[in-house]
Design a protein around this ligand. Sequence first.
Ligand code: GLP
Length: 259
Amino acid sequence: MAEVVIVPTPADAGALVADEIVRLVQSRPDAVLGLATGSTPLPVYEALRPRLDGIDVSRVRGFALDEYVGIDPQHPESYRSVITREVVEPLGLDPRLIHTPNGALETIAHAGEDYEAAIAEAGGVDLQILGIGTSGHIGFNEPGSSFASRTRVKTLIEQTRVDNARFFDSIDDVPMHCITQGLGTILRARHLFLLAFGEAKAEAIAGAVEGPVTASLPGSAIQLHEHVTVVVDEAAASRLRHADYYRYTYAHKPAWQGL
Ligand code: GLP
């Protein structure tokens, strides 16, 4: 099962994941990172900044999980812009090595296949950062997404558009469609880090970690993966039935084991 680490604050979670990314980049300078958008991964990117000082990141590669369909890539809320602003620029990564799915309408029919080919050509994702939506979605795989799905176009559910309306002038400006790595794509990454903070995520986390494995809660796909680290604060952990066991396990983790 997933290893669940309960930390006091999002900053502690950021430090934990950032340390792991640094270890990865030091051992593999052309590591392939799976990047996520949303507010959840921000503490990771913030913690990475000072830690990467003096480390050569010129060969680090990256693949974002998803993008809106039909949005101008220059739009400040396109995931291309968000990844550029929050990850590529502050961390000094080479933008040519950091990919987002192409949401342009002209090429959308084969954009999913193209993205899968690019990930395969890079040798797959080494470490995938994931947030989770209140609907239990990871990437933009809304409830009902196949566990075998690859990068493709999906329709956002209304709740996700409501959740993401804060980034736009109004809910009407939130695109209706997205292109997202599939659950099958995400499950092929070698190490998954699922992060969540706050009470609003408690139910989705409990479902993903301890609930039945079901397409109705896409985050539960993590139970099918052999190497998953779930990093949550106390509020996001508040509905986990076995929280005490997770705390006990982590407190007694053998030093040699690593995450
Ligand atoms: C969006 C993204 C997801 C992200 C989710 C949660 O829907 N496509 O990758 O996990 O939002 O966002 P936040 O981390 O801001 O709660």
